[in-house]
Write a protein that binds this ligand. Structure first.
Ligand SMILES: *Cc1c(COP(=O)(O)O)cnc(C)c1O
Length: 451
């Protein structure tokens, strides 16, 4: 029997957060959380706090690391700068100015998302869409730009700090629908955020139901990228509109679309509660397919056993492992990043201990500027140790599945830090990529000046 739970948020300025922290942490730990949470977005909820975190294992508990700030998430200089203004009881405005400066140094929009992925139509920027790969468009519904609980490593952290210049979201004109209508090459629409599942049933319907009209016949797959399944499973079980959500999903599938539920799951611990299992069963009963994805992050899931165990649990629950990502170059990356060489070992060692049903996860993948670059392996060719790389998705579809090689090293954490192997000056796609980016940037600058 699962009793309904009402969501209660813990944020930086909630008194209940201070009470919770005082019960469990030292004054020093609380101060550290305060300092970092004035820069990076902090929010969690009563389910995460009461049912997922093991408070006897602080600060090492992976779910604690996933939802509560740690001092190491900022550099020493950044940390001290914020700590000083807080200690000096500075005004809100002074804190805001320091926060803004630190945030700008944290690469808020990695991989050229602001210009290179945002489309232009009839000389206007189409707000709330990213369209990088031909078949798949990302939609950022304006009402879905928050989450049930923020992840400390989130690469979309800039969406949640109330700075509109840094934010993607659809505007009132719903121009994004016109864009999707006229782009018949788009077969997949991925609703993302934030988290689209923070929206009420009514809001979700305004985004999803229009896609069932004949003008959107070309859209075959509706994907929902969400952390709600593991951070607020009550959404599908006891929340007031839980049944309505399931009916909506069923309606979408009855209209001949595939509803792909892309669940973000970082650790096997998230899959152990009764309410999670119930939520998964209810989604599956209406025919939703649940795929899973997450990055490898230090302090949370940087071990082969954690991944093998998590994938086993997922398949056991009827979920399909889809992507293992490399943590992106943004936010608290120094705290969370691990070298590509190590990430690959984790993937390989996890794969070596699981059955074929669990080997559907592709990875480790970098969502980098040219495309989704996967580390296929490490080997020696003519005496040179190399990373074998290829793209699963690319700005130019011709680049997909073309193997390429980088010098092996044990420190690089991202594509741009790698050097081409065999004395080459560039990777094979680089000239074409420069041209594509140049073209996009010209397109955007002409629009910006005409608006
Ligand atoms: C990963 C990603 C997609 C989806 O790619 P699939 O290979 O179809 O899963 C689409 N757009 C962007 C920007 C992405 O990063």
């Amino acid at each position: 029997m699962i009793l309904p739970k009402k969501i209660k948020f813990y944020g930086l300025r909630d008194i209940s957060t201070m009470q919770l922290l005082k019960q469990n942490l030292s004054d020093e730990q609380i101060f550290e959380i305060k300092v970092v949470a004035n820069v990076l977005p902090f929010r969690t909820n009563n389910y995460v706090v009461e049912e997922l975190i093991d408070w006897n294992n602080i600060p090492d508990d992976p779910i604690f690391q996933l939802s509560f700030m740690q001092a190491g998430m900022l550099s020493k200089t950044q940390y001290n700068e914020m700590a000083e203004v807080i200690k000096a009881n500075a005004s809100k405005e002074e804190i805001r100015v320091v926060a803004k400066k630190i945030r700008n140094g944290l690469n808020p929009h990695p991989a050229g998302q602001m210009t290179a992925n945002v489309p232009v139509m009839d000389n206007f920027i189409v707000r709330g869409i990213q369209h990088k790969y031909k078949e798949t468009a990302l939609v950022f519904p304006s009402a879905g730009q928050t989450c049930h609980s923020f992840c400390t490593f989130c690469f979309r952290w800039a969406q949640f700090i109330g700075d509109n210049d840094l934010k993607f979201s659809t505007d009132e004109s719903n121009r994004f629908q016109e864009y999707l209508k006229s782009h018949t090459e788009v077969s997949d629409v991925l609703f993302t955020g934030g988290d689209p599942m923070v929206m009420s049933l009514q809001k979700l319907e305004t985004y999803l139901l229009p896609l069932l009209q004949p003008e959107f016949e070309h859209i075959k797959n509706i994907r929902i990228g969400t952390k709600s399944l593991s951070f607020w499973p009550y959404r599908y079980v006891t929340d007031n509109d839980a049944d309505g959500i399931l009916n909506l999903f069923e309606k979408i599938m009855n209209a001949g679309k595939h509803l792909a539920f892309m669940a973000h799951v970082n650790h096997g611990r998230e899959l152990e509660t009764e309410v999670l299992r119930k939520a998964v069963r209810r989604l599956k009963n209406v025919g939703v397919k649940i795929r899973t994805q997450a990055p490898v992050v230090r302090h949370i899931n940087d071990s082969a056993d954690v991944w093998a165990n998590m994938w086993r649990k997922q398949v056991n629950l009827g979920m399909i492992p889809y992507y293992m990502f490399v943590e992106r170059e943004t936010g608290a990356k120094e705290y969370f990043n691990i070298p590509l060489s190590r990430t690959f070992e984790i993937y390989k060692e996890a794969f070596q201990q699981i059955s074929g049903l669990q080997r559907t996860a592709r990875g480790p993948v970098m969502s980098a500027t040219p495309g989704k670059v996967v580390i296929e392996g490490v080997t020696k060719i003519n005496g040179e140790k190399v990373f074998v790389l290829s793209m699963l998705q690319a700005r130019n579809p011709n680049w997909v599945k073309q193997p390429f090689f980088a010098k092996y090293d044990e420190t690089s954490t991202w594509l741009e830090q790698l050097t081409p192997a065999f004395g080459e000056k560039k990777f094979f796609y680089e000239d074409e990529l420069d041209e594509i980016l140049e073209q996009k940037s010209v397109e955007h600058s002409s629009v910006v000046s005409s608006q």
